[in-house]
Design a protein around this ligand. Structure first.
Ligand code: ATR
Length: 275
């Protein structure tokens, strides 16, 4: 029996068990995937259990994504660049870690807005937290020539621009309209959109015609930003797809089967989220 986990603190809200258990059932595997509540003081103990062979691997979520990097044997270059590990794989007593948010973000856009990166002159990214780092790395690697990085706290955007290179142009939230001019992609990586929050007075009209607007927030599925984008005729891509796609590489590494992101799975998760 191959066992995998998701660890976090808190962990009750995680949709990862539903996603992986659906795939385990679909492929008829002798396997399990469970959510385990792990306080920061217990993280090293859990890693020791993984190293000892109790599990084949697992996912890591808040608040352990950075701390776990110091406890495992190998952090792949991508996760090191992003500064966080969300997927662990045990291999002959050694543990390596990667970050699948990068591939989840790209796979979701590729699936829902095919061609989004063709002739893309510039993109606007809102937010400079942990989620932003994976998305900036992904956009830089796809060759997006200019990325306007907008954040409430300008200093955090500046720090990311210093780290991720000259294609990142930092700016304050007050300049978002200006920075959106002609952009073909707008990504919200900030927490705005959750719990009834929204960007006030946001004007999307400077975006390029046919621009794609995407949000990593998926509760609600259609955030105020996505609703506005739809109403104004832009393409919109919700954040649930990123959650589903980021789960694929882990499942494949642990269980040796490439799972599919289907409409059925999506609907199952939506139902669990009460939407
Ligand atoms: P995560 O790891 O999920 O990205 P985070 O590191 O806490 O979380 O980052 C949250 C992001 O949302 C930040 O960019 C934050 O802006 P600040 O750097 O100024 O804190 C942004 N954010 C959160 N609430 C916001 C709000 N009400 N308005 C604008 N930006 C907000």
């Amino acid at each position: 029996m191959k066992k995998a986990f998701v660890i976090g603190h808190p962990i009750a809200h995680s949709q990862s068990p539903l996603i992986h258990q659906s795939w385990i059932a679909e492929h008829g595997l002798e396997a399990s995937y469970e959510a385990i509540e792990i306080a920061p003081s217990d993280l090293a103990g859990l890693v020791a259990r993984l190293r000892g062979g109790e599990f084949v691997g697992g996912n890591v979520t808040i608040p352990h994504k950075e701390a776990v990097m110091g406890l495992i044997d190998e952090v792949d270059p991508l996760a090191r660049r992003i500064g966080a590990v969300n997927t662990l794989v045990a291999d002959n007593g050694k543990i390596w870690g990667t970050n699948t948010d990068y591939i989840g973000f790209l796979a979701n856009l590729d699936a829902q807005a095919s061609g989004w990166d063709e002739a893309l002159g510039s993109a606007v990214v809102i937010g400079a937290g942990g989620a932003s780092r994976a998305i900036l790395a992904a956009l830089v690697d796809r060759g997006v020539p200019r990325i306007e990085l907008i954040n409430r706290t300008l200093g955090r955007a500046q720090a990311l621009a210093d780290e991720f290179g000259p294609t990142i142009v930092p700016g304050p939230l007050s300049e978002i309209g200006l920075r959106m001019a002609g952009a073909g992609l707008l990504v919200n990586t900030s927490a705005v959109g959750m719990k009834g929050t929204q960007f006030n007075g946001l004007d999307l009209s400077p975006l390029a015609q046919g621009a794609v607007v995407t949000d990593i927030v998926y509760t609600p599925l259609i955030t105020p930003l996505l609703a506005q984008a739809r109403a104004e005729g832009f393409a919109s891509v919700d954040g649930l797809g990123m959650l589903l796609h980021q789960a694929v590489p882990g499942f494949r590494a642990w269980f040796g089967v490439a799972p599919a992101v289907t409409e059925t799975l999506r609907n199952r998760v939506l139902a669990a989220l009460g939407q």
